[in-house]
Design a protein around this ligand. Structure first.
Ligand code: AHG
Ligand code: MN
Ligand code: MN
Length: 319
């Protein structure tokens, strides 16, 4: 049996990065434990405050953020963290060589209905001994040394890339280990499944409306094949489906707030997912550029996201 620990130990990944991954994954197992307690522990519902992006925080957003912040800050290899639920970056150890950005709980509208949620993380390597600043985090996603997510579904799963493909691990709660259950994950280039929040249709660009209209026309339309639609309302769940059986996921720009490039955040949602998708042979773009090439301007920056099966992302971009 291959586990996360044994596969990392057999790889050329530096011990320091292995330790950071160990901290993230063991903390996620603890978050999974909290999620399983759910209503019985009185931890569902709103926390009663908003995050820096004006979104209502759930109690579990705050709890999972605190858990990851505390454990990562205690790890000597961590130089600083950035989180969806923290206004500013949180410096840790000046001698640490990793910057970690994370979405502690993705899909938090799913918490109260006992549906899929996850933790998304992105790791950068950095040298020097100055106290970290926000500017240190403003590196394009192609510089990530590792990215992944832990999905809290019927099984707790870790999906990880350290720049050499994508591996899936399933947590075995009887043995307390992540077991390697799929290696070299690949996304087939063609698909007939798409994921987009259709209720926003009237707010999209005309091009995006035309593209989705053609998908829905199916075999009778210009695409000449039928498409199926799925929407988990947690990016982590939609991306996981695409890594498992293909598809395209889109959260486009819309004119509900034209000043925003999109809903999803670059540093801890789009970049780590784009790394996983590309490492699995897929594509990840905004309306105009490769996500991993974007030079971030601030840690909570938003982007439009079009990712998944390579040929379908190309088809979407032709509109
Ligand atoms: P978060 O819970 O971390 O704020 O992220 C939610 C995001 C993403 O996971 C999901 O794809 C999207 O919001 C769902 O948006 P809708 O509310 O439009 O369904
Ligand atoms: Mn999220
Ligand atoms: Mn979140």
């Amino acid at each position: 049996m291959q586990t996360l620990t044994s596969t990392l130990a057999a790889s050329s990944i530096p011990n320091s990065l292995q330790e950071v991954l160990h901290v993230i994954t063991t903390t996620c197992v603890d978050i999974s434990g909290k999620l399983q307690q759910g209503a019985s522990a009185g931890i569902l519902g709103a926390a009663g405050n908003e995050n820096v992006q004006g979104e209502e925080q759930k109690k579990l957003d705050v709890i999972s953020n605190t858990m990851l912040k505390d454990t990562l800050s205690a790890c000597s290899h961590v130089r600083a963290i950035a989180s969806e639920e923290e206004d500013d970056i949180v410096p840790a150890h000046t001698t640490g060589s990793y910057l970690v950005a994370f979405d502690p709980l993705d899909g938090s509208s799913n918490i109260d209905i006992n549906a899929m949620v996850g933790t998304i993380f992105s790791i950068y390597h950095q040298t020097g001994e100055n106290r970290a600043t926000e500017a240190d985090f403003l590196i394009s996603g192609k510089e990530q040394v590792a990215a992944g997510y832990v999905l809290y579904g019927p099984s707790c799963m870790l999906v990880l890339s350290c720049g050499d493909g994508v591996a899936m691990y399933t947590y075995d709660p009887t043995e307390h280990v992540f077991v390697l259950t799929q290696d070299k994950v690949t996304i087939t280039p063609d698909t007939n499944e798409f994921a987009i929040n259709m209720s926003n249709q009237r707010f999209w660009s005309q091009a995006m409306q035309n593209y989705v209209t053609d998908l829905v026309l199916g075999a009778e339309g210009p695409r000449e094949k039928n498409f199926n639609m799925r929407w988990v309302a947690a990016m982590v769940g939609d991306v996981h489906r695409i890594l498992c059986r293909g598809g395209i996921f889109i959260y486009p720009w819309d004119n509900k707030d034209p000043s925003r490039a999109g809903k999803l955040r670059l540093m801890y949602e789009a970049n780590p997912m784009a790394m996983l998708i590309e490492q699995a042979g897929g594509k990840a773009f905004t309306h105009t550029e490769r996500i991993l090439d974007i030079e971030p301007k601030e840690i909570h920056q938003r982007v439009a996201v079009i990712l998944g099966a390579a040929n379908e992302v190309d088809a979407c971009l032709t509109y």
